[in-house]
Design a protein around this ligand. Structure first.
Ligand code: AHR
Length: 634
């Protein structure tokens, strides 16, 4: 009997091992988790986002029924200098239907009968007579909501709000805005949110998608990436300060995945989501270099550099210190006051910060990382800094990352691997011999990439097998997150992802259920030698782990069988003290080649039933399965 690696003694492990990696890739934020239903609400889309995009992308100008007028995009007197573009409607003849604008959201606006929607816009009258503006949701068949009239009367920008109630369910509605008078009117920040967002937060998150994420019970949430952290040139490095405050004052920018970031889901919304889920915030900031030190420009710096100039680094490091003050500082501090003004006087309890993402370990990187590290470490010894070991996970370049981490004595390092299922299966001992004297590990991005990058059960079981090894090494691997998290169908730049979605559907993959089984069943003490099976050590088809959770007192067994036949797992609970014989058993199993679609009936999902357990018993693990047995001791 064997179970791969034998660890001699029980040991405390990370109580927050399994969390999530969020990056605005595949429309994860705008058109995804961020509940805004209007696409390009601020007319800031441009050709730098995507070749054929412009400020009117996703908008249609309408002047039907003998109405005459023109539309223009202007920048001379914006709502805020950070948000320069706005639309001006010049109405010469109102006609039967008026002059206006339609927006079809992201692949159509999905609405539900009876649900209420918060509409708002900024308007400014540019001519003497006040022009009323009507607003309504419409579909191919006609009206889909009540019609409201905004009687904008101000010669300065002013925000107006109204509530629309959907009269029918429709997944491809459009928002129709019509000016009902002659003259000129300027409009900007045309917005529509479902009133029901996750936890009913204003400027909030899409409830069904956020709930699916929260159901994972992630112990931490990484944000904002990924490569998005540092951009593909210093010019679009993610700058947290530009993502907080009133949405009309945030600085939008090109998304490196070739679309647009409204940053409506910015740092405040991120920290609030962490709090709402009970997850540790784990922000990652750039190490002062662009993506893999590729070069570019920055707001305060030179051009074409691979990293910020040493002079610019001072400002940049101050930005990072300000982030810590914004998250944790008292409302009397400069940045703590901004958090309080946004409605959160208490601290967000930031304890970890990542510096760098997959950066090549070059002299340019090292110098800048060290500058940031030294200052943050000295000023905030209470914050754990997570470094990076670069884009590689083997070979000389990989060693460079580890050598540098050891040299600097970085508390924790982030390493990534996207590999075939077989790689995970062959690397189960990766951390067994890892020096406990070196940096702790955050497996910040990983996924088993099966043929054609499909989310098969085969890939999920390879990840599950590997996750048992992360639990076994949970004394040194403190965090792990599958990546990427989200993908909007029809808008993916990357596959596979953990959760797919459309405007109306949420489609969790089999990999999602494997992650959920691990994250919902975490423990804080690992017990070796509890589970064994008669299988050759080289077969790589079986792995198991046993943990206890001090919060609930529960004893949790995880058993992975990748074989095409059932496997008898021998379980010995002789040394585990008293427990309740009535346990629950949850099994994820099926055809290894299967993947979940959005049609629920074909989906592989965990099935839970009862199981009677004894001090010593045999569990028959089904072919191609992940099993979690949960046993109460209280
Ligand atoms: O997860 C997708 C990308 O993969 C991330 O942006 C990057 O860090 C990695 O290369």
């Amino acid at each position: 009997f064997c179970m791969g690696v034998v660890v001699q003694a029980q040991k405390p492990i990370s109580p927050h091992l399994f969390g999530i990696f969020f990056e605005d890739i595949n429309y994860a934020a705008d058109g995804g988790l961020y509940a805004e239903l209007i696409q390009n609400r601020s007319f800031e889309y441009s050709a730098s986002d995507k070749r054929d995009w412009n400020p009117l992308t996703a908008w249609q100008f309408t002047r039907e029924g003998f109405s005459y007028g023109t539309i223009s995009i202007e920048t001379s007197t914006p709502v805020h200098p950070n948000n320069p573009h706005y639309v001006v409607l010049t109405i010469e003849e109102v006609g039967r239907e008026g002059v206006g604008l339609n927006n079809t959201g992201f692949d159509g606006i999905a609405i539900k009968a009876g649900e209420q929607y918060d509409f708002s816009l900024f308007a400014k009258q540019l001519t003497a007579n006040a022009i009323p503006v009507s607003v309504q949701l419409k579909g191919r068949q006609g009206n889909l909501s009540n019609e409201v009239t905004i009687n904008s009367d101000s010669k300065d920008w002013k925000k107006y709000s109204a509530t629309l109630t959907a009269t029918q369910t429709d997944d491809s509605a459009m928002l129709v805005i019509v000016a009902k008078g002659t003259g000129k009117i300027a409009l900007d920040m045309i917005s529509l949110f479902p009133q029901r967002t996750f936890k009913n937060r204003p400027n909030g998150l899409r409830a069904d998608l956020a709930q699916t994420i929260a159901d994972l019970q992630p112990k931490f949430m990484r944000f904002p990436g990924g490569c998005l952290v540092h951009g593909d040139g210093l010019g679009n490095m993610y700058q947290w300060k530009q993502t907080i405050g009133p949405v009309e004052q945030r600085v939008e920018q090109r998304n490196i995945w070739s679309y647009h970031q409204s940053v409506g889901l910015g740092y405040f919304e991120y920290f609030q989501f962490c709090e709402d889920m009970g997850a540790i915030p784990l922000p990652v900031v750039a190490a002062g270099v662009s993506c893999q030190n590729s070069g570019g420009t920055w707001r305060i710096g030179g051009t074409g550099q691979k990293g910020l100039s040493i002079e610019d680094m001072k400002t940049y490091i101050q930005d990072i210190l300000d982030l810590i003050e914004w998250a944790n500082g008292a409302p009397t501090t400069t940045w703590g006051a901004k958090r309080a003004a946004a409605g959160h006087p208490g601290p967000f309890h930031l304890k970890y910060i990542g510096i760098g993402n997959e950066d090549k370990i070059t002299p340019v990187f090292k110098e800048r990382f060290k500058m940031i590290y030294d200052v943050v470490h000295a000023k905030h010894p209470e914050i754990t800094i997570i470094g990076t070991v670069g884009p590689f996970h083997s070979g000389e370049d990989y060693d460079l990352g580890w050598n540098f981490a050891n040299e600097v004595k970085v508390e924790m390092v982030d390493e990534h691997y996207y590999e075939k299922p077989e790689w995970f299966v062959s690397n189960l001992t990766r951390y067994d011999t890892y020096s406990r004297a070196h940096s702790k590990v955050y497996v910040g991005e990983y996924a088993a990439h099966d043929v054609k990058r499909r989310n098969t059960l085969r890939s999920a079981l390879a990840e599950a097998l590997y996750m048992t090894s992360l639990e076994r090494n949970g004394d040194v691997v403190l965090f792990a997150s599958y990546a990427p998290l989200l993908g909007r169908r029809g808008h993916t730049q990357w596959n596979p992802n953990l959760i797919y979605f459309t405007g109306t559907q949420i489609c969790p993959t089999i990999n999602y259920y494997a992650q959920k089984l691990f994250a919902n069943n975490e423990g804080d003490v690992y017990y070796p030698n509890v589970i064994s099976a008669k299988v050759a050590d080289t077969a790589k088809t079986f792995a198991a782990s046993c943990v206890t959770d001090s919060k609930t007192g529960d004893l949790i067994l995880k058993i992975v069988n990748r074989d095409s036949v059932g496997m008898a797992a021998k379980i010995n609970l002789g040394s585990m003290g008293a427990f309740n014989a009535n346990a629950s058993v949850t099994v994820l199993s099926g055809d290894p080649d299967a993947e979940n679609s959005c049609a629920g009936s074909q989906n592989i999902q965990p099935q839970t039933s009862k199981l009677t357990v004894n001090k010593s018993f045999t569990y028959q693990a089904p072919a191609n399965s992940l099993t979690v047995i949960r046993i109460h001791t209280r």
